[in-house]
Design a protein around this ligand. Structure first.
Ligand SMILES: Nc1ncnc2c1ncn2[C@@H]1O[C@H](COP(=O)(O)OP(=O)(O)O)[C@@H](O)[C@H]1O
Ligand SMILES: [Mg+2]
Length: 490
């Protein structure tokens, strides 16, 4: 038997690696992982769509010396099997190269450490020309200093600039690179705001990270609206797998009617609210998977307010089959079992929030059908969205139907004939009194109870409080009889 050392043919291999499937936002996020692992407190993304277009990521982390930098440029420089520091966001020893070269043909990394400035460059055309894994090394100070943003890390005394030039993938199929890059960068901003939100807002155990895109700060986007006073955190579930802790923290987001326009946007909009329900898995507090129930539950209309934060350490990577782009991973059986337990608990709470919320909107203890609202421009009357007849219907509809219901309520509210009513009352013209007949009250009660029926507790609570709900509160005797009749039938 003989052995044959067979190395990949560099030009073909490095070209193929470009097709791993990075999106621009995933590629930028992968570089920011490196900056965070290097202890950076500020990461700046700069992109220039004109002249010599480039994208640069500049950090103030500990930087790399010349030898370290050479190693960092090696494809698969570090083994995926290596035990990493618990704060390291890396895994495969590929991100820097693969993420970058998926977007550009020339990757230059410049780093400053211990007073030494060094630079290395992968240039796909040079590799093709030499037919070998040849790294280009800019070695005169003038050559390195002429590269954009290098002055900034020299001034900081430490840090790294990752520079992408020859942006063929970003420009591919676009009429205007300038416009295309601008739009893509907006997506990058949204992605980073979410993926790194816990670093951007700061948390005990990790310092606060500053982030900018073209000098504009990236603001954190908290998918749990955890500071909203109407968000309900459920109790946290903690379990151990192979000696490492996994923490599961469910949140029930506020009902849509309690969100301002901005808050709703943060939650992903009306459609996003439904689409983004589910688990949010964080590896070392960096978001890797979001908005899926891992098939442990169906993405129902009724669970759409539920989002669950799952914290996993990098020590369990081998169980999660993390992919190279860190954008997919699958929970191992033992984790799935534990998550399943949480799912039921949440779904139940979410349903309750959705179908029967709140009691009193005014201090009189009555659940009114109409709310009188003192606004800045005067008084208005609005149909109470928390009235069970409205809330139950709302909860039973799908998104399109709910739009119709909203439209109907808004039409009624905005066309309410207040002037005519006022004139009629003032002129003493006789007014027909609207009375509810016993049968229609009974039907209404049964329908509402029926809608509440699927939710534990909601039906009983509604039945017990029916005498406080309009119109029932105006007919205490009839309501008492109806309640008794229903209770007897139960
Ligand atoms: N911005 C940076 N600052 C300091 N070191 C870096 C930076 N980017 C990359 N490195 C070094 O290069 C190595 C290789 O990076 P990468 O290819 O992304 O693989 P991984 O992150 O999986 O280790 C890292 O482990 C780190 O030592
Ligand atoms: Mg990395």
């Amino acid at each position: 038997m003989a052995e044959l050392a067979l190395t990949p043919y560099a030009p073909a291999f490095i070209e193929s690696m470009r097709a791993v499937g990075y999106s621009l936002e995933a590629a930028v996020a992968d570089l920011i992982d490196n900056s965070i692992s290097a202890g950076a407190t500020l990461v700046r993304v700069q992109f220039r769509p004109f002249d010599d277009p480039y994208v640069a990521i500049i950090d103030n982390g500990e930087g790399m010396g010349p030898d370290e930098l050479t190693e960092a440029m090696r494809h698969g420089g570090r083994s995926p099997l290596e035990v990493r520091s618990p704060h390291d966001l890396g895994r495969f020893g590929l991100g820097l190269k693969t993420a970058s070269l998926s977007q550009c043909r020339r990757l230059i990394v410049v780093s400053q450490k211990d007073g030494r400035l060094s630079a290395r460059c992968w240039d796909l055309d040079l590799v093709a020309q030499r037919e070998a894994w040849v790294l280009w090394v800019p070695d005169t100070e003038a050559e390195i200093m002429a590269l954009p943003h290098v002055g900034e890390i020299v001034e900081q005394g430490r840090g790294t600039v990752v520079l992408w030039q020859d942006l063929d993938r970003l420009a591919a199929g676009e009429a205007s690179v300038e416009q295309a890059l601008g739009e893509k960068m907006d997506r990058v901003r949204d992605h980073l705001a979410l993926v790194f939100h816990r670093y951007l807002s700061g948390e005990p155990g990790i310092g606060r990270l500053g982030m900018e895109i073209n000098d504009n700060p990236v603001l954190h986007l908290d998918p749990f609206l955890s500071l909203h006073k109407a968000t309900q955190p459920l109790y946290e579930d903690v379990f151990e797998v192979e000696g490492s802790e996994i923490r599961v923290q469910p949140y029930i987001l506020p009902h849509i009617s309690k969100l301002s326009r901005d808050e709703l946007k943060l939650a992903g909009g009306e459609e996003g609210l439904r689409r983004n329900q589910g688990f949010y898995v964080y590896r070392n507090r960096r978001l890797i998977i979001r908005g899926t129930w891992f098939r442990l539950a169906r993405a129902e209309e009724l669970t759409k307010l539920a989002r669950v934060r799952v914290d996993i350490p990098n020590a369990l990577d081998h169980l999660w089959t993390l992919d190279i782009k860190k954008s997919a991973a699958h929970p191992p059986e033992i984790v799935r079992r534990n998550l399943g337990r949480t799912v039921e608990r949440i779904a139940e709470r979410s349903r309750q929030t959705y179908t029967f919320r709140g009691r009193n909107t005014r201090r009189d203890g009555i659940i009114h059908a109409w709310n009188r609202i003192q606004g800045r421009d005067g008084i208005s009357y609005r149909v109470n969205r928390e009235h069970p007849a409205v809330a139950m219907l709302d909860g039973a509809l799908d998104d399109d139907q709910r739009q119709l219901l909203r439209g109907l309520l808004e039409t009624i509210e905005s066309t309410y004939p207040a002037d005519a009513l006022y004139a009629d009352i003032a002129s003493d013209r006789p007014r027909a009194t609207e009375r509810c007949e016993r049968d229609s009250l009974r039907d209404l009660a049964l329908q509402m109870l029926d809608a509440a029926g699927s939710v534990a507790g909601a039906r009983d609570s509604l039945l017990a409080n029916l005498h406080l709900v309009e119109p029932f509160c105006s007919y205490p005797e009839i309501t008492g009889e109806i309640v008794k009749e229903i209770q007897d039938a139960d």
